[in-house]
Design a binder for this molecule. Structure first.
Ligand SMILES: [Zn+2]
Ligand SMILES: [Zn+2]
Length: 369
C-alpha cells in the first residue's frame, strides 16, 4: 500500500460540450490530465487510492449532453469507485472499499426518515464532492459511508467499482418495489449498464419470474444466463405488439398476468410508454431510468388498476454490504459485465461509449505514472 501522495493526479473535465442554440455550433468538451492538491482531511474523512472507476451514462450526460454538475467545472467526473484507504480515519487505513455513489448528510428530515438515498444535501463523487471524482489517483470521502470488502474471493479490486451505482441502484429500486420472493418482474432495458443488474438482483431477492425486454439480441441472450427467465426482443415493435407478446408468454408459461412489478431502466420515451402499457391490475411501475422526454398517461388507470407508479433514486450506503454479499456469494455476477482499461484511454473510452453502449461496463484503472 502506497502512502499519502504529494498531489492527486486526475483527469479533469475542464469544459463540458457546449451547444449554442443560436449559432447551432457545438464546442467539444475537454478532459485534461492534471494534478490537484491533496486536501487536509477532516475528522471522519478518508483518502482512498482509486483502484477503478466505472464509466457511467451519467458521466457522459455531464460531458456531452449539457446535464449540469453541482460543482462547476473544472472538476473530475466518476462516481463508481473502488480502492484502498491510505490516509485519514485510522479505523479505515489499509482497508479495501467501495465508495457509495451517493452519500447522505444523515442530518436532514429525509435522512432521519429513512429516505437518505434522496437526501438533498447528499454528496456524489464526480458531481458534488468539490472538484473530486473517481477518474483520479486518489479521492477524499466521508469514511462513515464506505463499504468494506473483507475478502474479494480473487476478484480484482477494480471490478467492485460497478457495485457503486450500477449494481446497487437496482437493489434500492427493488426495495422501493417491496420485491418479495415469488414476485413476477419485468425489466425494460435488461441489457443496459444498470438493467443487467436489475434482473440479477431481482432474481437474487427471490423473484419467481424475470422477463427481460430490450433490443440487442446478443445481450438478451446473455441476460438469460444472468437473471432473466424469458426475454422479449422489442426491435421494431410498438407497445401494443409487445404487450400482446407478453400476454401470450404468460398464457404459454402458465403465469398470472396481474401484479407484475415493472422496472423501467431505459429512461427512453419508448421504454416508458411500453412500461405504462404493461402496467395492469395491482401492478407496480418503478421508474429507474432517467430521460428528458414527456409521455402521456391517463392516471385514472392507476385507480382502476389499483396500481402504482414509483420513482427511485440511488441507493442508501447501508444496502451496499448486502449487494456486495450477493456478488461474493455468486448470486450476482459482475465479472461477465466488466472490462478494465487504463485511465489514460478516458477520452477515447468516453467517445466510444457515447457512440455505442458497450457490451460491458468499462472500468478505468489509474495509470498516471
Ligand atoms: Zn453511475
Ligand atoms: Zn440528508
Amino acid at each position: 500500500m502506497a502512502g499519502v501522495p504529494e498531489k492527486i493526479k486526475t483527469w479533469q473535465m475542464v469544459q463540458p460540450t457546449v451547444y449554442n442554440r443560436e449559432t447551432r455550433e457545438t464546442t467539444p468538451g475537454r478532459l485534461q490530465k492534471t494534478e490537484i492538491p491533496v486536501p487536509e482531511l477532516k475528522a471522519g474523512e478518508a483518502l482512498v487510492e482509486v483502484a477503478g472507476c466505472g464509466v457511467c451514462h451519467t458521466d457522459l450526460g455531464y460531458f456531452y449532453d449539457g446535464v449540469p454538475t453541482v460543482s462547476k467545472p473544472p472538476l473530475t467526473l466518476g462516481h463508481e469507485i473502488s480502492g484502498t484507504v491510505v490516509a485519514g480515519d485510522p479505523k479505515w487505513i489499509g482497508k479495501e472499499v467501495i465508495i457509495p455513489a451517493v452519500m447522505p448528510c444523515r442530518e436532514c428530515f429525509l435522512c432521519k426518515t429513512g429516505r437518505g438515498n434522496r437526501c438533498l444535501n447528499q454528496k456524489m463523487p464526480g458531481n458534488s464532492i468539490g472538484l473530486y471524482g473517481g477518474f483520479s489517483s486518489h479521492i477524499p470521502v466521508p469514511s462513515v459511508d464506505l463499504c468494506e470488502i473483507k475478502d474479494r474471493k480473487g476478484i480484482p479490486l477494480s471490478h467492485f467499482a460497478v457495485i457503486a451505482d450500477a449494481a446497487t441502484t437496482p437493489f434500492q429500486a427493488a426495495k422501493r418495489a417491496d420485491l418479495q420472493p415469488g414476485d413476477n418482474v419485468i425489466v425494460l432495458g435488461i441489457t443496459g449498464g444498470v438493467g443487467q443488474y436489475m434482473g440479477q438482483v431481482a432474481k437474487a431477492l427471490g423473484a419467481k419470474t424475470v422477463i427481460g425486454m430490450a433490443r440487442n439480441q446478443e445481450k438478451l441472450d446473455r441476460a438469460l444466463k444472468f437473471g432473466a427467465d424469458y426475454v422479449i426482443n422489442t426491435t421494431d415493435k410498438d407497445a401494443g405488439a409487445i404487450s400482446k407478446e407478453f400476454r401470450a408468454l404468460c398464457k404459454e408459461k402458465g403465469l398470472v398476468n396481474t401484479g407484475w412489478k415493472i422496472f423501467e431502466v431505459t429512461g427512453s420515451k419508448a421504454g416508458q410508454e411500453l412500461a405504462l402499457a404493461l402496467l395492469s391490475f395491482t401492478g407496480k411501475l418503478l421508474v429507474v431510468g432517467y430521460g428528458v422526454k414527456s409521455v402521456e398517461y391517463n392516471i385514472s388507470r392507476l385507480m382502476a388498476f389499483d396500481a402504482e407508479i414509483i420513482g427511485t433514486w440511488g441507493c442508501l450506503p447501508e444496502y451496499y454490504p448486502i449487494v456486495l454479499d450477493m456478488v461474493l456469494t455468486g448470486k450476482v455476477n459482475i465479472e461477465e459485465f466488466v472490462e478494465t482499461r487504463p485511465m489514460s484511454t478516458i477520452e477515447r473510452t468516453f467517445e466510444e461509449n457515447h457512440k455505442t453502449p458497450p457490451m460491458k461496463r468499462i472500468v478505468l484503472t489509474p495509470d498516471f505514472d
